[in-house]
Design a binder for this molecule. Structure first.
Ligand SMILES: Nc1ncnc2c1ncn2[C@@H]1O[C@H](COP(=O)(O)OP(=O)(O)OP(=O)(O)O)[C@@H](O)[C@H]1O
Ligand SMILES: [Mg+2]
Length: 327
């Protein structure tokens, strides 16, 4: 099956007075209909900038300087903004990481949903308002009618997240990019949001890119996982393979840092050492300085390429962890 969205070797850089910050440094990924791709990696690894690059929403002075992004045969990076606007929200929607900042502070919640519907469907104003109320109540918001007239600053974090999810799924997009949709939420709300995402996929075949710090969420939701570090993918595999047979020392560190496999808290703990330097980074393995397995070859070689080590399992490493042989 051809991919619905194909990201090919994208580079998203910020030109600053100090130099060039390579936030995304050569990422390739495919999203397929009715599939969930998980993206995991510690803070600053470039997950959000990858997501924003897809819809040309990278903030100034950032820009996608190289690469290609194809959605359903269309070139997203060279598309006129007017055409891109028709795709954003309707065909590809994005749930922003920061719910507070993603909602327009001066427009009521109801209006934000209504405007989306009026722009992309032939609903009347009255229909759009009724739809908005119904949608918010489906997202578990009590007193949805009253909620329509509230402003974002009047919402709790959990409510804002639900509203954002409602906006993200309102038009039944073909692709949903969800950037940390469950972080900082209590377990009940987290489960509810994951349930909504699963339903969206089951009912519409939506392809989901799920960005998270939480390996537990990945295990529940995703078929494939990309592990990011320093603006690039260091390991990529189907979820089971990644859990059982991860080989990159960084991925290994992530799993080591989990408290216990049966613990409900599966969020990533910081690994020892400092995150990589993204400002004018040398052409070297980004994980070199924190890596337990670094060798002389790693220190003198260019950044390792992401290569297939077994079918469907890709790795960017000169000296991977060895897999335990089954006894
Ligand atoms: N305005 C900016 N100017 C310069 N560099 C920036 C700017 N915004 C982001 N970056 C750089 O982009 C890198 C990637 O940021 P990004 O937000 O994609 O990380 P992330 O993986 O989403 O992290 P988190 O898990 O904290 O959300 C950061 O390390 C930062 O150095
Ligand atoms: Mg982020």
């Amino acid at each position: 099956m051809p991919a619905l969205l194909e990201i090919e070797d994208i580079h998203t850089y910020f030109s600053t007075n100090e130099g060039i910050v390579k936030a995304v440094n050569g990422i390739s990924l495919s999203l397929h209909e009715n599939r969930v791709l998980g993206i995991v990696g510690e803070s600053g690894s470039g997950k959000t900038m990858t997501a924003l690059s897809i819809l040309q929403l990278v903030p100034f002075p950032g820009d996608v300087v190289k690469g290609k992004i194809t959605y359903d045969g269309q070139d997203l990076l060279n598309m006129p903004v007017s055409q891109l606007r028709r795709i954003r929200g309707k065909e590809i929607s994005l749930i922003f990481q920061d719910a507070g900042a993603a909602l327009n502070p001066v427009i009521s919640v109801g209006k934000q949903v209504e405007e989306l519907m009026l722009e992309h469907t032939d609903m009347s104003k009255r229909q759009a308002r009724a739809f908005a109320a119904e949608l918010l109540s489906q997202m578990g918001i009590p007193d949805a009618n009253e909620m329509l007239d509230r402003y974002p600053f009047q919402l709790s974090g959990g409510m804002a997240q639900r509203v954002l999810l409602a906006i993200g799924v309102a038009l039944k997009p073909r692709i949903l990019i969800a950037d940390e949709p469950t972080s900082n939420l209590d377990v009940t709300l987290q489960a509810e949001i994951l349930h909504r995402l699963r339903r969206l996929r089951e009912e519409n075949g939506t392809a989901i890119m799920l960005i998270t710090h939480d390996l537990g969420v990945i295990a529940q939701m995703a078929e494939m996982v990309a592990v990011m570090y320093g603006g690039s993918i260091v390991e990529y595999a189907d979820t089971l393979t990644l859990y059982r047979r991860h080989m990159h020392p960084y991925t290994w560190g992530l799993f080591q840092a989990l408290p216990r496999i049966d613990s409900p808290d599966q969020s990533l703990k910081p690994l020892p050492g400092a995150p990589p330097i993204m400002l004018d980074p040398p052409d070297q393995c980004p994980f070199l300085h924190r890596c337990l397995k670094a060798t002389a070859e790693c220190r003198t070689s260019p950044r390792p390429k992401l290569l297939e080590v077994e079918e469907g399992h890709l790795l960017a490493c000169y000296n991977p962890m060895e897999l335990e042989q089954p006894s």
